[in-house]
Design a protein around this ligand. Structure first.
Ligand SMILES: [Zn+2]
Ligand SMILES: [Zn+2]
Length: 206
């Protein structure tokens, strides 16, 4: 467990995504396969899960980010383009089949779009890894899901993605001033813009 300002990072173990908690929001929930570790980490950070966490924001529909949703009594928010995969329990679009797991259909409460606000954060639509991938940006910190990772990494585009869209999304992110980059996998880093610019250069080779 790490802290970036008021954001708690729970580093993903196994196949789980990283999870971020701030205010009344949890961003992504992992596969659900390590839920004890996840819940204990959130408690250690000082949250009372049932009282404090009201909303789940999923950066995209993939199972390693959404499989734990049903362990929380919270409203679910996801970009409108990725919502149907959760609503229909679509094992292909959520890539649940890669984990050998079914995914139960879920009720999506908020169908997000570009420019929506999650407390201090703004929703940035960054398709390419999936059609409805989002990042959250507050002018300093970028929670980037599987769109961009530290050290010049970026998300796969061969599991429901699109390389052209991902290139456009990285170009868009490279125009932001990012201090803290909090990605869906791997380490969170400062000097985020340098990492994003490297990713943006790397993807041009594809
Ligand atoms: Zn992922
Ligand atoms: Zn993903």
């Amino acid at each position: 467990m790490k802290k970036f300002h008021n954001i708690t990072m729970i580093e993903g173990i196994g196949f789980d995504s990283n999870i971020y908690v701030f205010d009344d929001v949890i961003v992504d929930t992992g596969t659900g396969q390590n839920i004890e570790y996840v819940l204990n980490s959130i408690k250690e950070a000082g949250f009372n899960i049932s009282e404090d966490i009201k909303r789940i924001v999923n950066t995209h529909c993939h199972f390693d980010h959404t499989g734990g949703n049903h362990f929380f009594n919270a409203k679910i928010a996801i970009h409108q383009a990725d919502a149907p995969a959760l609503e229909n329990g679509d094992i292909n679009t959520t890539a649940a089949y890669m984990f050998g797991k079914p995914i139960e259909p879920m009720k999506v409460d908020f169908h997000l779009k570009e420019g929506d606000k999650i407390n201090d954060f703004e929703v940035i639509h960054t398709p390419g890894h999936t059609a409805g991938g989002i990042c959250l940006y507050d002018g300093e910190t970028l929670i980037s899901g599987d769109t961009v990772f530290a050290e010049g990494g970026f998300g796969r585009f061969d599991i429901g993605g699109d390389i052209k869209m991902l290139k456009t999304s990285l170009e868009k992110l490279s125009n932001l001033d990012v201090e803290y980059l909090l990605p869906g996998h791997g380490p969170a880093v400062d000097n985020g813009s340098e990492h994003i610019n490297l990713s943006n250069r790397n993807i041009k080779q594809f």
